[in-house]
Design a protein around this ligand. Structure first.
Ligand code: PMP
Length: 383
């Protein structure tokens, strides 16, 4: 008799599996456009200069004490200013319950657990498509899930009217998961908008502009939740630094909510890690480092925008008669290409190009050296 004999291996993660297959491919032409992390024009990972400088400042000075349960107050303060605006009245009025979280994933999960505990009858509406882990996060928090229309396959853009219908038809007081740097629904039915902001600064190159959706909702008087991640916009992937905020009616409520978020965190991981949060607070609170960060995040966004233009141009150059306008119309790290799973399979087997089977191309994996090869291959499989 065995304790764990009944445990089957988990299915491979669709995104991490792509990287494994890529690494195992010996072809010199291979291209990885599956990975969701920024790469430079040589396909190499990047550590920002502002991060290196912040690291140099703390080197040797850092004690290894625990952070408070809610994380670094300084980091949380800076993260809130970045999300809600430097002069936000909600910050001044202390109406935001906010804690440091284990990057964006941890912020979403902490919120999902909070939602289950304090709105136990509620459901979460998740857009189609979305980051696949959203489904896992709310599933493991035992919150029932519904989906809402977001993507329009023909236009490869937003299906605004179907999305609005779904919002109108949802029961009053539903929770809606929104991607902060992309779209802007909910409103009339007292729904609760929860913004997942994993790419602030990455979409347009300007963190203020990418926070626009949140600022509009705040101005319109919505109570809302925000998950922030510093994985992408500061390149701090493995540091796991993020923030969860919940805007409340008043300060008293915010104090209570924050104490409950901490209570949920305590038996899960007790308190969050210190190193990445120090880097974030140093960078955001030092005028010179912040300026450098803004320049660097714009540099990353601009490279990606440039690669969108190059990919579309190259597809036209190799003679594809199809419309590829959506490559430059969409924003952010990814391009939802419209390639079918079969076409993706052929890209991989014939051309050693790796991506998830839903046709999602990570623009960060595209470089001046591989863009022509990639365009030609896409043309070949879409003929
Ligand atoms: N939300 C979205 C939409 C994402 O794409 C990601 C990362 N792929 C995350 C959240 C979370 O990332 P992390 O936990 O590394 O901050």
């Amino acid at each position: 008799s065995s304790w764990w004999g009944h445990v089957d291996p988990a299915p491979k993660d669709p995104i991490l599996g792509v990287t494994e297959a890529f690494l195992a491919d010996p072809s010199p032409n291979k291209v990885n456009v599956g990975v969701g992390a920024y790469r430079d024009d040589d396909g190499k990972p990047v550590v920002l200069d502002c991060v290196r400088q912040a690291e140099a400042r703390i080197a040797g000075n850092l004690n290894m004490e625990y952070l408070p349960m809610g994380g670094s107050n300084h980091m949380v303060e800076e993260a809130l200013k970045l999300a809600c605006g430097e002069n936000s009245e909600f910050i001044k009025d202390k109406r935001i319950a906010a804690v440091q979280a284990l990057s964006g994933t941890g912020a979403c999960r902490l919120f999902a657990d909070f939602q289950k505990r304090y709105q136990p009858e509620s459901e979460i509406y998740i857009p189609v498509p979305t980051w696949a882990n959203h489904h896992n996060i709310w599933r493991d928090a035992h919150v029932p899930q519904k989906t809402y229309h977001y993507y329009h396959p023909e236009s490869r853009g937003l299906d605004f009217s179907a999305m609005m219908d779904d919002i109108k038809n949802a029961p009053k007081g539903s929770f809606f998961l929104l991607h902060a740097c992309a779209h802007n629904p909910t409103g009339e039915k007292g729904h609760f908008p929860f913004f997942d902001m994993a790419y602030q600064g990455f979409a347009s190159g300007d963190p203020e502009r990418d926070a626009k959706a949140i600022r509009i909702f705040l101005q319109d008087g919505h109570l809302l939740g925000i998950s922030q991640s510093f994985a992408k916009n500061m390149g701090l992937y493995g540091q796991r630094v993020g923030c969860l905020s919940v805007l409340c009616d008043n300060e008293k409520q915010a104090v209570a909510v924050k104490s409950r978020l901490q209570q949920i965190a305590r038996p899960m991981y007790s308190n969050p890690p210190v190193h990445g949060s120090l880097l974030v607070s140093i960078i955001l609170s030092d005028p010179d480092l912040k300026k450098l960060w803004l320049k660097e995040v714009k540099g990353m966004a601009d490279r990606i925008i440039g690669m969108r233009i190059a990919l579309q141009k190259n597809l036209e150059k190799v003679g594809s008669p199809l419309s590829w306008e959506h490559i430059t119309k969409q924003i952010g790290m990814f391009c939802y290409s419209g390639l079918t799973p079969e076409q993706v399979d052929r890209l991989t087997s014939k051309f050693h190009i790796y991506m998830t089977r839903n046709g999602r191309i990570s623009m960060a994996g595209v470089t001046t050296k591989n863009v022509e090869y990639l365009a030609n291959a896409i043309h070949e499989v879409t003929k």
